[in-house]
Ligand binder design. Structure first.
Ligand code: MG
Length: 256
């Protein structure tokens, strides 16, 4: 099932997105998207509503250097254990919303990533049980002010600006994430192309590691790291991240 959130005629609605590409329908879910959804009976053609970020996360946990070639291009060894950091939930935007480059940074980079969405409150989850706490998967762009990430020595500022966490276009609940094509384009030109099978720490291991530190809540999002090929985005460009089996998350880039 594809779960999304849309700007409905009277507010915001969680929806299930059904039907074939090009003729999809957004079917309104009565309350929240966790568990077996019930439906209100209202629906809209998908092309007549605006998709928002598919989930309201209490936190976004991200994994650094989880692909060997990306660690190498950053000039460092891949860490033995998962390296985690937080992005504020205020950095989340939906598909089509502009990524806003702050004037304080001279280099704002894309990082295409597979994102895991948590489906239930959990703590100390064993890797083998991780599937039971996952609602589904979506596409993310871990936007980074690279100059500030390097200058600060820790990553809160460089990763934390408003609009620095595009998510979407929806959450796919029926997906095996083990070996999916993941790629990023900038103005239609391929800049990242890899497979999720090249992650150094798999999703089960990541959830075990993170949930040993902090309680995870329904809707929390874990970004699983970016493959090689990171680079800057300029105002006027459009960045698009695609993950096989989910879809494409596209956002324009603007200067503040
Ligand atoms: Mg990243």
């Amino acid at each position: 099932m594809k779960l999304g959130r849309v700007a409905s005629p009277d507010g915001v609605a969680f929806v299930a997105i059904e039907g074939e590409d090009g003729a999809q329908t957004a079917r309104e879910i009565a309350e929240h998207p966790f568990g077996e959804p019930t439906f209100t009976g209202r629906s809209w053609p998908l092309d007549q509503v605006r998709l928002l970020a598919p989930i309201l996360a209490s936190k976004v946990v991200a994994i650094g250097k989880n692909y060997a070639e990306h660690a190498a291009e950053m000039g460092s060894q891949a860490p033995e254990d998962p390296l985690i950091f937080l992005k504020p939930n205020t950095s989340i935007i939906g598909p089509g919303a502009p990524i806003v480059r702050p004037p304080s940074s001279q280099r704002v980079d894309y990082e295409g990533e597979l994102a895991v969405v948590i489906g239930r409150p959990c703590k100390d989850v064993a890797a083998a049980q991780a599937g039971s706490v996952i609602l589904g998967y979506t596409v993310a762009n871990d936007v980074t002010a690279r100059d500030q990430q390097k200058a600060d020595g820790q990553w809160t500022r460089g990763k934390g600006y408003d609009t620095f966490c595009p998510l979407g276009p929806w959450i796919e609940t029926a997906l095996d994430p083990a070996d999916l094509a993941i790629g990023t384009t900038l103005d239609g030109v391929s800049v990242q192309s890899s497979r999720t099978s090249l992650m150094l720490h798999g999703i089960g291991e990541i959830i075990e590691w993170v949930s040993r530190v902090m309680t995870l809540l329904p809707g929390d999002v874990i970004l699983t790291g970016t493959p090689a090929g990171i680079g800057p985005m300029e105002a006027g460009q459009t960045v698009a991240v695609s993950v096989e089996g989910i879809g494409t998350l596209s956002n324009p880039v603007v200067d503040k």
